[in-house]
Ligand binder design. Sequence first.
Ligand code: BJ8
Length: 423
Amino acid sequence: MTDYRKMWQDLGMDLEKHDELLSIIPEVYGELFVNQEKRPSSMEYFDFVMSEVHGLRVKELLDLQDKGKKVISSFCVFVPEELILATGGASIGLCAGAHYSVPIGEKVLPRSLCPLIKSSLGFKLGGLCPYFEVSDFVVGETTCDGKKKAWEILGEYHPTYVMELPQKRGDSDKELWLKEVYKFKEKVEDETGTAITPEKLAEAIKLANRRRKVLQRLYDTRKNDPVPISGKDAMLITQLSFFDDPERFIEKTNALCDELEEKVSKGEGAAPKGTPRILITGTPMPLPSWKIHHIIESSGAVVVCEESCTGTRYFETLVDETKSDLDEQLKAISQRALNINCACYTPNVGRIEDIIRQVKEYKADGVVYYSLQFCQSYSVEYYKVEKALEEAGIPVLRLESDYSDEDAGQLKTRVEAFLEMIK
Ligand code: BJ8
């Protein structure tokens, strides 16, 4: 195994704390993922990516920088990754799902704040994340109040650029966001010293769309009963899509889909036919937050879909590939974000329609509405979602949690009672 300690040291990381963080992962990963029965053999690649998550890929990014390219990271699926890819640079979606970094984030942030925000700042402040250190700059957005204020603090520790997102979808909001996309294009061009041409942008749009399409292909296999892949594995792949080299990720995920489609044709499943099927909706579950999936799948059900930004909200909406003029391409890119049904928008009826549609498509028996503690947007939106689901006769369970394991027993009891009710 390659020793990356020198690389991490050169990146200015805190080796002691980083060792502590990495020492937790193998045991947890082994228990949650590797020990699963009837696991597709093509998951081997994703196990490898996980085993090298702070090593090989970071080295690749440093090599890319040696060739004069930039690494630009973000925290939200609204950020137009196509503009980064068009310069030959790497677009990374940073982790924000570890409990370990939360207390470090709390040194500069209030405790009564969403763990996702505390975890992400904790990664930077604690010198725990090589992706943060390798990033030439990070992109924040004004989606929720907690995030937009946190970027002001993050800016003291790392170059940070903030995109202003609209809260509604009227004409003036569309105009605002289109202007933000233009400004971001200029920022990327300035930082990379590369002009974004229509030809390069067309290629980048196609590449980002191909990554989204392969995830859709993966999720399509989950519409079958028996389902050929566990929810944990499927979500892990979505989480890793934000880090991996896009071309390699597409190739390996397609290979996995070949295997899954064969399993479907043979009637082979990761869980027996008739296992209760759960759709999860709510806040994103960034790497390595696997708690809710594990609780559900160790209680006798299987997760078949995630209506979240570490799920369908990332890949269901594509950018129109037919435009060859730069202005039209930028407009198409800006349109994609307006079609993502994040709770930061008001109103956000499209999300309710998505959930009900997906319950049918993925043949879900019930919905778990998951929101991170202190996330007002998703917590408040529950009222409307619950009402619509009740009207549609779809059972729903609301769970609120953080990244710690403290409430795991309590959550499991509630999930088991919900599954009994569904049965
Ligand atoms: S498009 S969901 S990735 S903003 S959970 S930090 S909202 S308090 S993450 Fe998101 Fe973009 Fe929307 Fe998706 Fe705030 Fe809520 Fe925390 Fe959140």
